[in-house]
Design a protein around this ligand. Structure first.
Ligand code: SOE
Length: 368
């Protein structure tokens, strides 16, 4: 019996996840059978053409109605829409897959996580970069002790789509709707990846200090007016982990020349790693005493997920990370198993985001 999927949101993330679902039967034949059943949105005309394009059977404008008729609910709406529908679905015993960050605020993230703990069904937070084969391979190296004691974690996520002060205002520029700017939109990914990669080795972030910066205070709304920007364009943070490691994190949407430049660098007593999303098939690895980094092309059949795709060197792309995470999430739903990153991971990252905001506000280091 196929799982009927309901999806709220049909723009960027709606397309990324719908494409991922459509790929599963061909590339992950052991994935549960699913139907892209209901697409939920407010604008009936746009919704109808999106449903045709994304392969959904029908549309609804009321998420409450959709939740009653589906087996799984994807919340791919803007941050300010994450809490209420996800909580309602979980209270109805419906598994939820929610885009990151979990919520605009820590309070809402707590309510969502409480609903998850009560529901006893999978609730995933779509940190898709955990599903890059090179990142999975990096985690294997770290967890097997190849890097030795972890000293530093350095993460940055740089884009430049807001460097133009005339780039239009959107919900992502509003504190009420988004919660934060580059911090929650991009920093959430980096904090989650740091937790995924070194969490077993050095524990959680225990202390953090940070600062936020807004470069463009208002942006055009397309009708000759402007609207205030109430979130950060960039953030910087330094952190201590429960173990001895330290970390530095930053993100900006004003980083001229950087398009989707998410990089992680980790150095330990026995080796170092470097990853860049703009070269996502590669992992740079330095073994202690070697003279330099070697660039490993992570596209061999024994590398995570690669045997589902192509022969060595036939590189994969950004969209494949969504196929991997959808495969894992829907398999967990069908088997009644656990999926990570869950809402527990979502709120763990939200706590760090909130601590950085607190540190920026009071100018002090914050303990978590
Ligand atoms: C921002 O532009 C954005 O779309 C993020 O919201 C996504 O999470 C990231 O994967 C790509 O960039």
């Amino acid at each position: 019996m196929a799982l009927d999927i309901g999806v709220l949101g049909y723009r960027f993330m709606g397309k990324a996840h719908s494409n991922a679902m459509a790929r599963l039967p061909m590339f992950f034949p052991d994935a549960p059978e699913i139907e892209r059943e209901v697409l939920v949105g407010r604008d009936e005309e746009a919704l109808s053409s999106a449903a045709d394009q994304l392969g959904f059977s029908r549309t609804m404008t009321d998420w409450k109605e959709a939740i009653e008729e589906v087996d799984v609910f994807y919340n791919l709406g803007p941050n300010f829409v994450h809490a209420e529908p996800s909580i309602a679905a979980l209270e109805a015993g419906i598994p939820v897959f929610c885009e990151k960050p979990l919520a605009p605020t820590l309070e809402e993230a707590k309510e969502m996580t409480d609903a998850y703990r009560e529901a006893g069904v999978p609730a995933g937070c779509a940190f898709n970069y955990r599903f890059v084969p090179a990142i999975r391979y990096a985690k294997e190296l770290i967890d097997s002790g190849e890097l030795g004691e972890i000293y530093h974690v350095r993460g940055r996520y740089l884009q430049d789509w807001l460097v133009d002060p005339d780039a239009p205002w959107s919900w992502r520029n509003d504190e009420e709707m988004a919660g934060s700017g580059a911090l929650g939109d991009l920093g959430a990914h980096t904090i989650d990846l740091a937790r995924f990669l070194v969490g077993e080795a050095v524990g959680e972030i225990s202390e953090i200090s940070g600062q936020l910066r807004t470069f463009t205070e208002e942006r055009p709304t397309g009708d000759g007016e402007t609207r205030e920007v109430t979130v950060d364009d960039a953030y910087l943070a330094t952190a201590e982990f429960e173990g001895s490691a330290i970390g530095s994190f930053e993100a900006s949407r004003n980083a001229n020349g950087h398009k989707n430049d998410h990089t992680i660098e980790i150095e330990g007593s026995k080796g170092s790693l470097k990853f860049s999303l703009e070269r996502l098939n590669e992992l740079e690895y330095l073994k202690k005493d070697s003279r330099g980094y070697e660039t490993i092309l992570v596209t061999d059949p024994e590398d995570p997920y690669i045997d589902h795709w192509w022969p060595p060197g036939h590189v994969i792309g950004w969209e494949h990370t969504f196929v991997h995470e959808n495969y894992e999430f829907l398999s967990a739903v069908a088997s009644g198993g656990e999926f990570e990153p869950s809402f527990e991971d979502g709120i763990a990252t939200q706590r760090v985001l909130s601590a950085i905001e607190e540190s920026d506000a009071n100018g002090e280091r914050v303990s978590l």
